[in-house]
Write a protein that binds this ligand. Sequence first.
Ligand code: 2NL
Length: 367
Amino acid sequence: MADLPIIERPLADLGATTAESVASRFADIRVRFDQQSALHATDPESWRAFVLTWTGRKSGVLSLIADNWLKPAPPELKRVVGQELNRLKTHVESALDQRRTEIEAAAEKAALAREQVDLSLPGVERPVGTRHLIRQTYEELQRIFLAIGFSVVEGPEIETPYYNFEALNIPEHHPARDNMDTFYIEGARGGHLLRTHTSPMQIRTMEKQQPPVRIIVPGKVYRRDNPDATHGYMFHQVEGLAVDTDITFADFKGTVEYFVREFLGPQARTRLRPSYFPFTEPSAEVDATCHVCGGSGCRICKFSGWIELFGAGMVNPAVYGFVNYDAEKLSGFAFGMGVDRLAMMKYGISELPLLFQNDVRFLRQFP
Ligand code: 2NL
């Protein structure tokens, strides 16, 4: 690599027999080193090879000179060859040392430049999601009822006919079972179904807990239906139940009015319309003055001034029999509202599927 055939042979063969000629041979070598040194300036590969070529223990130039020039030198030249070799060695080593320092410094500088962080660059903005409109409405309903002493209870979506129907005073062959358009689960032993309302959880709560009971039960419920702009096979419900020793129709009405004002605003008025549910008696549909026209009549309320919000009533005493409550001493009210329906109404959404398609262009409108 060093391409120096002269160091393969003894000095005598090269005709170097005097101190001057020895010094001149060494000077040639030194010039050669300086030239090569300048060529192997930067890249680490060739730099390592270059260092080996000159200082390698077995066949580096310095070792070969020691073997081929110094060892066989005649006694009168030994001293001068030794001195020259030492000088060359010192020169080579200090030059290599200095080059190495320079190369390392250059590498360090390059690495620093490469790894430099530009603190002025704008950051990567990750979009943060928002709570779904259904979730927001759930939380609004919860806030309203938690404020007057209700607690939240949740339960399974797969239920038995007993908890979904029987205990709610809907016996087998009662037309309400058909009206509910139930999804039955095939092959389930003892018969299971997808709950058609969250009432089963209220029955389960009353089985376990003595009055006073004040709970709301949010959750998904399922009914067979022909899907259209306002109907799907699943909807989100919040049912509520209050049972105690002295609950009257006035408590029921007051609670309903409080809820409507909280949900729609203080200007909203409430109207109870007679209705029928097997599990409440009397039963009512709760209407509120139209949030769009304020009651004067518009397209939204079909010019009636009223909007139907949800169904409710005083708990039918027959229900207490199923949970071992004393119907003589206890009374209460219950209600069931469709969260999706309330959300659509309050936020002016006309298509139910918009709530379930999870299109961010829609959801972003309700941050
Ligand atoms: C509706 C109407 C209603 C109830 C649900 C209920 C539950 C028990 C006892 C008595 Cl344990 N009642 N729930 C009462 C009246 C109406 O739901 O149309 N919901 C979407």
